[in-house]
Design a protein around this ligand. Structure first.
Ligand code: GLP
Length: 261
């Protein structure tokens, strides 16, 4: 796991965007794993700017999103289907229908989840997965207690996550759905490269566990310690509880410029 600490979220996001641009240069048809939430916004802003400047194209790329609320009407602005289009997909040149996500209105949710796994596999698997992290250490919507080998399935959201996400629902926790469909931890672990971004002190404890804690279902992101290629992009605040912070800084400072993430 490579830990990169930058002064602010924008600078960290630029590094994440650079990894995606480099991937698309060597593999234009790459499969991207897309995450919603505020954490990846700096990456998406930079990618949109570089697309506008003619530096990167997503015309042949495909995407799979991590998760979706169950039961929100399709036109609701906070479905992750709509959020990822607003935040990223519609700002660049993905082909129509190149980006897929879980169907939170599926009649047969287990059958849908199996078909979503099959679609990711049929696309050749995810080349680069973008991730945020919840304050309780969740990735996607894999809440504490999730099986470390889980695949796409329905989950019950924790109170903490519903409190955290109430800001997108007018501050009213009762408007936040109680269930979601999420790629499992095993699904996420199948991606070839994982880029996790976190900023702010609210994420500092989860980031400490992610990088330095014991692998445990209590902090689901800790499963990433078992992945061979994970990059963690942090601002100073999110890095503030890392025990080995100076080591990570020295390591990154000494890294040759030609070596990407
Ligand atoms: C949400 C999403 C996650 C996201 C996390 C953090 O509930 N399901 O994919 O990474 O919580 O969100 P944010 O980046 O807005 O802090």
């Amino acid at each position: 796991m490579e830990i990169v600490i930058r002064p602010d979220a924008t600078t960290a996001g630029k590094l994440g965007a650079e990894a995606i641009v480099a991937l698309l240069q060597r593999k234009p048809e790459a499969v991207l794993g897309l995450a919603t939430g505020s954490s990846p916004l700096a990456i998406y802003d930079e990618l949109a700017a570089r697309h506008d400047a003619g530096e990167v194209s997503f015309a042949q790329a495909r995407g799979f999103t991590l998760d979706e609320y169950v039961g929100l009407p399709a036109e609701h602005p906070e479905t992750y289907h709509n959020v990822i289009r607003r935040d990223f997909v519609n700002r660049v040149d993905f082909a129509p229908d190149a980006v897929h996500g879980p169907d939170g209105l599926a009649d047969d949710i287990p059958a849908f989840c199996a078909s979503y796994e099959a679609a990711i596999a049929a696309a050749g698997g995810v080349d680069l997965q973008i991730l945020g992290i919840g304050t309780d250490g969740h990735i996607g919507f894999n809440e504490p207690g999730s099986s470390l080998a889980s695949r796409t399935r329905i989950k019950t959201l924790t109170k903490q996550t519903r409190v955290d996400n109430a800001r997108f629902f007018g501050g009213d926790i009762d408007q936040v759905p109680t269930h979601c469909i999420t790629q499992g931890l095993g699904t996420i672990m199948s991606a070839r490269h994982i880029v996790l971004v976190a900023s702010g002190t609210a994420k500092a404890e989860a980031v400490h566990h992610l990088a330095e804690g014991s692998v445990s279902a209590l902090w689901p992101a800790t499963i990433l310690q078992h992945h061979p290629h994970v990059t963690v992009l942090l601002d100073e605040a999110a890095a503030s509880r890392l025990q080995l912070g100076s080591y990570y800084r020295e390591t990154y400072a000494a890294k040759p410029a030609w070596q990407g993430l």
